[in-house]
Design a protein around this ligand. Sequence first.
Ligand SMILES: NC(=O)c1ccc[n+]([C@@H]2O[C@H](COP(=O)([O-])OP(=O)(O)OC[C@H]3O[C@@H](n4cnc5c(N)ncnc54)[C@H](OP(=O)(O)O)[C@@H]3O)[C@@H](O)[C@H]2O)c1
Length: 322
Amino acid sequence: MHAAVLSAFGEPPRFAEFSDPEAGDGESLIEVRAAALHRVDRARATGEHYTSGNAADLPLVCGLDGVGIGPDGGRYYFALPRTPFGSMAQRTVVPTWTRAPLPSGLSDAEAAAFINPGMAAYLPLVWRGQLAEGDTVLVLGATGVCGRLAIQLGRLLGAGRVVAAGRDRQALESLTDLGADALIPLDLPKDKLIPAFAAAAGEDGFQVVVDYLWGPPMAALLAALTQHEFKPVARETRIVQVGDLAGATVELPAAALRSARVTLSGSGGFAPHEVRLKAFGKLCRFAAAGAIKIAVEEVPLAEVEQAWQRGDRDGRRQVLIP
Ligand SMILES: NC(=O)c1ccc[n+]([C@@H]2O[C@H](COP(=O)([O-])OP(=O)(O)OC[C@H]3O[C@@H](n4cnc5c(N)ncnc54)[C@H](OP(=O)(O)O)[C@@H]3O)[C@@H](O)[C@H]2O)c1
């Protein structure tokens, strides 16, 4: 079969032949219809992601999730193909529990593009962030695919105010169309960025912060949240860490935790299955109803190497079609 085959960590995968998978006990064979090229796929292929595996696993097929046809003829979203198989191929094999039927109203490419970043927006808001009606949400890294979804989902889930922080000014300005009430450019120098966060937080503060960046933007936010006097802080700020595109570490001043009601948590692959299933159902309902804008660029699987090097354009997620 044709597949996106990774032969060395740190290099892009190449369009090549790969052996066909066979399903074992508890597994489903999937005829793949669409597989998105997510950040996590790129990160795993560097060899440095915590789920990359090691060189002995190579060669392998890239791709963590996708949309395809199961053995019963149904159309499914699926995830976690068994190594060395991946979703960027004509066929793959997954644990049956990871597949979930898709409603009509969502194209193969839209569903493949949407579920992974949709989860990375929904779970931090709802499961870890405990978003309540009227809360103020801050999205750090709002210009990316996940960030754009976090803004829209924040609105749909009842946030009173959504503040979007992003680096690319032109992309940032377009986010008001998605529901952002206030914008913070992250290319401001530190001495201007800290007051910008403080001003956007206002007296009531941010109740939920969804963070795709970590590094210097998070350091600036923590500095803005730190109080410089003894005063009661009425509302909690729940910071949920999701991605670290601006830096893998951050210095955490003790005063930030002692002077403000800040809690730190994260959202990743450890969410319980029932939590994911519930989120999946909700995301599919929003998307099928047209309540969420999903921007995709369909690319033939044969062009995977060029797509890998080019990256997403204009916030559109690349989706490989075998
Ligand atoms: N934990 C999970 O479950 C989970 C799931 C999905 C994704 N993620 C992670 O979430 C993150 C976002 O994913 P995505 O799909 O939204 O990525 P994406 O569409 O490629 O967007 C990347 C975003 O990061 C911004 N960015 C990159 N480097 C930056 C820097 N140094 N300073 C400020 N902004 C910077 C970009 O800003 P500009 O365009 O404005 O320059 C862009 O908004 C990634 O780290 C991804 O691995 C985590």
